[in-house]
Design a protein around this ligand. Structure first.
Ligand code: FMN
Ligand code: SF4
Length: 492
């Protein structure tokens, strides 16, 4: 009989944390932060970045998107600093943590050209591997972000990734997450889920199924190390593009909403589509107008704090937001290229160098994301933004976050994604025309964070970078800067 390998080290020695990220802590965090560091997937806002921001007293936010794969790949790369295993040694279900380490950890990392281990793509009925890794991954990320200070840390998730939401929330709550921020969808049921998990009760979330009834997914804390454990209920801030949606969520969500992030169409990552019929400009980007802005007076009337996001990364914008009644701003792009972010170093250096010549272009791509939401793409050689690199990539669906559940003619739940191989998508009843221009964001964003899969034939997945429209503003910062520098600049 084999026994799980012991986890080392038994607790997190803070000496493992890089000294340059140990920034002065100017006292406890205020009741509400003026600056939220936006959640940025995959692993761009990782624990190092969130920790550095939270140490300044503002709100650092880790990304829970794809955190199961990130955990697996960190372990397969040998967890060189030992942080992941150190965090896992604090997980309440020691046997589950040990089993996972034993299964995936490679002490010397992968051999050159060796692919990362693949776990079966989760489905509504079979998702144990993905859920275990998600609980452990979210726990690890929040646990590490909270080390060395007593200030709050937040978690960001994309609402559309319904299959992974419950385990990510639960893992983050086990590690003491303070705030949950969710966009890319209408997170109406999340307050109820947070209430249930906080009470140690099973939580249920519906999985939307195209062409059929939703399928309930349930996570029982007892099955993932949380038997009978009462947890702190985090605050919940949905990300909204309009005051109308904010009003609906404030009135009709399944429980408490404690604030909003109000994000405009110039923000990095996914954007809400323009209201009304989609019109493209001469370069092929969606046209946004007056109607797409949120009415701040209507937002104030809701009586909840809100933060403005999208090109608000300046002291003037912060002052204007406060004057308009906001609690502050949420900023992403400036933090994405800070030293502590999880973006891989060569991409960061390349973008910083180009920003200083003011030559970076950001394209709001209406097609790139299989979700159908516009997605901001940085035009950068060596990435999937280039037609040649896109055409050369062999389509494969092996991570699966952006698949859509659909009802098959036989009445079962099937899974498909317009970025998967075209023939497979069409065989599942998808329209081949819907695959045009779609990019495999799952694989590309893993590559951005330094975890590219090695596919058949030794082909390494290329990256695809996203940022807000104001990417060239990086030239106002030194070529290499820290999260605390961004905070200093924003505070004015
Ligand atoms: C690289 C990058 C990745 C992002 N990923 C996410 C995400 O996973 N979820 C999310 O809600 N917002 C995401 N965002 C949006 C940020 O959280 C934030 O709202 C936005 O960046 C603010 O606008 P700014 O980019 O002009 O500062 C992302 C932004 C960037 C730059
Ligand atoms: S983006 Fe790629 S890996 Fe993700 S679901 Fe679609 S095809 Fe699969």
């Amino acid at each position: 009989m084999t026994h799980p390998a012991p986890l080392t080290p038994p607790s997190l020695p803070l000496t493992l944390l890089r000294p340059d990220s140990l920034l002065p802590v100017p006292g406890p965090a205020p009741a509400l932060p003026r600056i939220i560091q936006g959640g940025m997937g995959v692993a761009v806002s990782d624990w190092r970045l969130a920790r550095a921001v939270s140490m300044t007293g503002e709100l650092g936010v880790v990304s829970g998107t794809g955190i199961d794969t990130v955990l697996l790949r960190r372990l397969q790369d040998g967890d060189p600093d030992g942080h992941v295993r150190a965090a896992l040694s604090h997980f309440p279900d020691a046997a589950l943590a040990a089993r996972t380490v034993q299964r995936f950890f490679l002490p010397a990392g992968r051999a050159p050209g060796q692919p990362y281990a693949r776990v079966p793509l989760p489905t509504a009925e079979r998702h144990r591997d993905a859920w275990e890794l998600s609980v452990l991954g979210a726990f690890t990320e929040v646990f590490l972000a909270r080390q060395g200070h007593a200030n709050p840390v937040g978690l960001n998730l994309l609402t559309k990734l319904q299959l992974h939401t419950l385990p990510c929330l639960f893992g983050a709550m086990l590690a003491g997450v303070d705030t949950v921020i969710m966009g890319a969808g209408i997170p109406r049921d999340i307050p109820r889920v947070l209430d249930a998990l906080a009470a140690g009760q099973p939580a249920t979330l519906n999985l939307d199924v195209r062409g059929g009834d939703p399928v309930p997914l349930t996570l029982d804390p007892a099955a993932y190390g949380g038997a009978g454990v009462a947890l702190t209920r985090p605050k919940f801030y949905p990300v909204v593009a309009s005051h109308v949606l904010a009003g609906v969520l404030a009135r009709k969500a399944s429980g408490g909403v404690e604030g909003f992030v109000v994000e405009g169409p110039t923000a990095g990552g996914h954007n809400a589509p323009p209201r009304g019929p989609l019109t493209l400009d001469s370069s092929g980007q969606p046209v946004y107008g007056e109607r797409d802005g949120a009415d701040l007076q209507a937002l104030r009337a809701l009586g909840l704090p809100f933060w403005l996001a999208g090109s608000h990364g300046t002291p003037d914008a912060l002052a204007r937001a406060l004057a308009a009644g906001a609690a502050g701003i949420q900023v992403g792009t400036l933090f994405a290229f800070a030293a502590e972010s999880g973006l891989c170093a060569d991409l960061k250096a390349e973008v910083q160098a180009r920003a200083h010549t003011g030559t970076l272009e950001v394209f709001t791509d209406p097609l790139a994301s299989p979700t159908g939401f516009p997605f901001k793409v940085v035009n950068l050689p060596g990435t999937l933004s280039q037609a040649g690199a896109y055409a050369a990539r062999q389509r494969v669906c092996d991570i699966g976050y952006l698949r859509e559940a659909y009802r098959t003619p036989q009445g079962r739940v099937g899974w498909r994604c317009p970025s998967e191989p075209v023939a497979a998508y069409a065989a599942k009843g998808g329209q081949a025309a819907d695959t045009t221009g779609r990019k495999c964001l799952c694989n590309a964003l893993m590559a951005d964070a330094g975890y590219p899969q090695v596919q058949r034939g030794g082909h390494t997945e290329p990256p695809l970078l996203t940022s807000g429209d104001r990417l060239n503003d990086l030239r106002d910062l030194p070529t290499a800067y820290h999260a605390a520098d961004v905070i200093r600049v924003l505070r004015g």
